[in-house]
Design a protein around this ligand. Structure first.
Ligand SMILES: NC(=O)C1=CN([C@@H]2O[C@H](COP(=O)(O)OP(=O)(O)OC[C@H]3O[C@@H](n4cnc5c(N)ncnc54)[C@H](OP(=O)(O)O)[C@@H]3O)[C@@H](O)[C@H]2O)C=CC1
Ligand SMILES: Nc1nc(=O)c2c([nH]1)NC[C@@H]1CN(c3ccc(C(=O)N[C@@H](CCC(=O)O)C(=O)O)cc3)C=[N+]21
Length: 307
C-alpha cells in the first residue's frame, strides 16, 4: 500500500463550501419570499469547549445569509428557567432554529432540555421525535456531527451498500446516529464501545472506520485495514511542552495515514462540515415551518378566494 498522498486526506473544507453555497442560495430565496432564516445558539455558563464551534457557526451563518443570535445564560440558571426561555423561542415566529451547545452544567438535565425544543425548530436533530425519524429512514434532518461524518464518507465515492463499517463510540449525539444513518444507506454496521472485547479485531475488519470517543490517538495503524476510509470525529485539546495547545482527534493520524486510503484531518475534517450541516438543517426546519404555515393559513385563503 503506497503511503497516503495529500489528495487522500478527506478534507472538510470543500464539502462544507459546497453545502454552504447551497444553503446560501436557499436562504436568499426564502428571505426574498419573506421568510428570513434565523438560528439561536444557547450556552449555559462559561463553556470554553464550545467557543470554537460557536465562532464558526456565526461566521458561516453570516456567509450563508442566516441570522445568528447568541443567548448566553448564567451557570446558576435553573432547568425550569431554561425551559421557559426555550418555550418563548418556540413561540417566536422570527426564530427558525434553536441549538443548545453542550456541555451544560450538571444540574441541567440535557435530555429534558433538548425535548423542550419544538421538533420543528430542532436543527440539531436531538429531540426524541427527530431521532425517531432517523430510525424510520427519514434522514433529511439528522444530528449534525453524524450527518457530517457520513457526508465525508460519501465524498470518497465508496458504495455504502454492503460496506463493512465499524463505529467506535455510541453516544446519542454522535455514535448512535452515525450507525442509524449508515444502516439506512445499506452498510453493514458494527458498533463498538468501552465494553467491546477486542476493539482492534473489529476495527481491522472495517472498510470504513468512524471514531467518536474523545481519546487522543486511540486508533493506531495496526487497528486499521489497509485501504480503509477513516473518519476521525474526536476533538481533543492537547497541551504541548511549551505550554501552547492544539486540537487532535481520536486517531493517530501520523501512523494511520500510512495504511488508510482516506483519512479526515483534525482540525480541518469533520468540524467544518458539522457547521455546514447545522445551517442546512436550519433550512430544512424553515421549509417545514413554511409548510405548516401554508397548511394553516393557505387553506383559509384558498377557501375565501373560492367563495
Ligand atoms: N466534530 C464535531 O463536530 C464533534 C466532535 N465531537 C468529539 O467527538 C468525541 C466523542 O464525543 P461524544 O460522542 O459526545 O462523547 P461521549 O463521551 O458522549 O461518548 C464517548 C463514547 O466513546 C465510548 N468509549 C469510551 N472509551 C472507549 C474505548 N476505550 N473504546 C471504545 N469506545 C469507548 C463510550 O462508550 P461507553 O458509553 O460505553 O463508555 C461512548 O459511547 C469527542 O472527542 C468530542 O469532542 C463531539 C461532537 C461534535
Ligand atoms: N449541542 C452540541 N452539538 C455539537 O455538535 C457540539 C456541541 N454541542 N458542543 C461542542 C462540540 C464540539 N463541536 C465542534 C464542531 C465543529 C468544530 C469546528 O468547526 N472545528 C474546526 C475548527 C478548529 C479550529 O479552528 O481550531 C475544525 O475542526 O477544523 C469544532 C467543534 C461540536 N460540538
Amino acid at each position: 500500500m503506497p503511503p497516503l498522498d495529500d489528495n487522500r486526506y478527506l478534507k472538510g473544507g470543500p464539502v462544507a463550501a459546497r453545502i454552504i453555497a447551497e444553503v446560501r442560495a436557499a436562504a436568499q430565496k426564502a428571505t426574498e419570499e419573506g421568510f428570513r432564516p434565523k438560528l439561536v445558539s444557547i450556552t449555559v455558563g462559561d463553556v470554553a469547549a464550545v467557543d470554537v464551534y460557536v465562532r464558526n457557526q456565526r461566521a458561516k451563518a453570516e456567509l450563508a445569509g442566516i441570522d445568528f443570535e447568541e443567548r448566553p445564560f448564567p451557570a446558576e440558571l435553573t432547568a425550569g428557567e431554561l425551559e421557559a426561555a426555550i418555550h418563548g423561542m418556540n413561540a417566536d415566529p422570527r426564530i427558525t432554529g434553536i441549538i443548545i451547545q453542550r456541555p451544560v452544567p450538571p444540574h441541567i438535565p440535557i435530555k429534558a432540555i433538548q425535548a423542550a425544543v419544538h421538533p420543528l425548530k430542532d436543527v440539531e436533530g436531538m429531540h426524541p421525535a427527530s431521532i425517531g425519524n432517523i430510525v424510520y429512514n427519514q434522514l433529511e434532518l439528522a444530528p449534525c456531527t453524524a450527518a457530517a461524518s457520513v457526508e465525508l464518507l460519501k465524498a470518497t465515492g465508496l458504495d455504502l451498500k454492503g460496506l463493512e463499517v465499524v463505529v467506535v463510540g455510541h453516544s446519542e449525539i454522535v455514535g448512535k446516529p452515525i450507525a442509524f444513518l449508515l444502516m439506512s444507506e445499506g452498510a453493514t454496521v458494527t458498533v463498538c464501545h468501552h465494553m467491546t472485547r477486542s476493539l482492534a479485531a473489529h476495527a481491522r475488519r472495517a472498510d470504513a472506520l468512524f471514531v467518536a470517543v474523545g481519546k487522543p490517538r486511540l486508533i493506531k495503524a495496526d487497528m486499521v485495514k489497509p485501504g480503509a476510509a477513516v473518519i476521525d470525529i474526536g476533538i481533543n485539546a492537547e497541551t504541548l511542552p511549551d505550554g501552547s495547545s492544539r486540537i487532535v482527534g481520536d486517531v493517530d493520524t501520523e501512523s494511520v495515514k500510512e495504511v488508510a486510503s482516506w483519512i479526515t484531518p483534525v482540525p480541518g475534517g469533520v468540524g467544518p462540515v458539522t457547521v455546514a450541516i447545522l445551517l442546512r438543517n436550519t433550512m430544512v426546519a424553515l421549509n417545514r415551518q413554511r409548510a405548516v404555515y401554508r397548511a394553516t393559513f393557505g387553506t383559509a385563503e384558498a377557501t375565501l378566494a373560492a367563495e
